[in-house]
Design a protein around this ligand. Structure first.
Ligand code: HEM
Length: 252
């Protein structure tokens, strides 16, 4: 149909040996926290996940301090009442709105979807014959490619394209020419402390990488295991081959 052209980006986690760049995941988390989290939930990610192997690599103490900045609705207590308490590492990220109606009410009727699995949900498969190539090369970065394309896809609408009230023209959006999300990023919006460029482009890359980790937290372990499996299969296949040669060597 009318799917946008999604341009491939150079990700540190691409390819059979790709790994997440911890500093990038930390910056991407900062972008999520300071910008996206005012509208989008991350309800499948727990604070403690940020300190787990293969992720952004925050320390346990940093995660405790981070969780404590949040207020979590818990309960019911002995009187059957819900109550608020300080966040703990095992809590999931609280959603910005209590429910979908409240979310729509604050966003002109549009619903900002939860971002936990967005990098997977928007991993658009290419048509024949390209998807064959993607499978053969284990290409799985379409999700973050899409997110980057969306976040950097806001442009002036071309002559003759009608942009309805409350909608924004975007060449990266999957479901039309316009969407209800105003451009969330702009240069200098988020203050980086590691000297990385404070540009829309860099923010978009970083938060897309972070959302890939959120959707695929075991990517690094999976690649390691996959490599071990391939190495074993090659070894085992050659062992079988030489065994066969030996067993059949005196048959003529
Ligand atoms: C939709 C990401 C910030 C409001 C979306 C979608 C993504 C996304 C991936 C889904 C697009 C699709 O369906 O393909 C982000 C990221 C942000 C961010 C990474 C931070 C950098 C915000 C903010 C707001 C917002 C701050 C509110 C002020 C919305 C709304 C939609 C949406 C209302 C639904 C749009 C529609 O379906 O027409 N966002 N967002 N987003 N976002 Fe955001």
């Amino acid at each position: 149909g009318d799917a946008p052209h999604v341009e491939k980006q150079p990700w540190s986690f691409a390819g059979p040996f790709g790994q997440f760049d911890k500093a990038q995941l930390q910056r991407g988390f900062q972008v999520y926290q300071e910008v996206c989290s005012s509208c989008h939930g991350l309800s499948l990610v727990a604070f403690r996940n940020l300190a787990e192997e293969g992720g952004p690599g925050f320390s346990v103490d940093e995660v405790k301090a981070l969780a404590a900045e949040y207020s979590i609705v818990d309960g019911p207590d002995d009187e059957g009442e819900m109550f608020e308490r300080e966040g703990k590492p095992f809590d999931k990220f609280p959603s910005p709105f209590p429910n979908e109606q409240a979310a729509r009410a604050s966003n002109n009727g549009a619903y900002p979807p939860d971002l936990s699995l967005m990098a997977k949900a928007r991993a658009v498969t290419r048509g024949f014959p390209w998807f064959v190539l993607d499978i053969a090369t284990q290409y799985q970065e379409n999700g973050p490619d899409y997110l980057y394309g969306l976040l950097t896809g806001y442009h002036e609408a071309p002559e003759g394209v009608e942009v309805p009230e409350g909608q924004y023209y975007n060449t990266g959006f999957i479901a039309g020419k316009t969407l209800a999300m105003a451009p969330p990023l702009s240069d200098e919006l988020v203050e980086y402390s590691d000297g990385s460029p404070m540009t829309t482009d860099q923010y978009a890359r970083d938060v897309s990488a972070f959302l890939m980790w959120a959707a695929e937290p075991h990517l690094e372990a999976r690649k390691r295991i996959g490599f071990g499996v391939m190495a074993f299969l090659i070894l085992f296949a050659s062992l079988l081959y030489f065994t066969k040669r030996k067993i059949w060597s005196n048959v003529d």
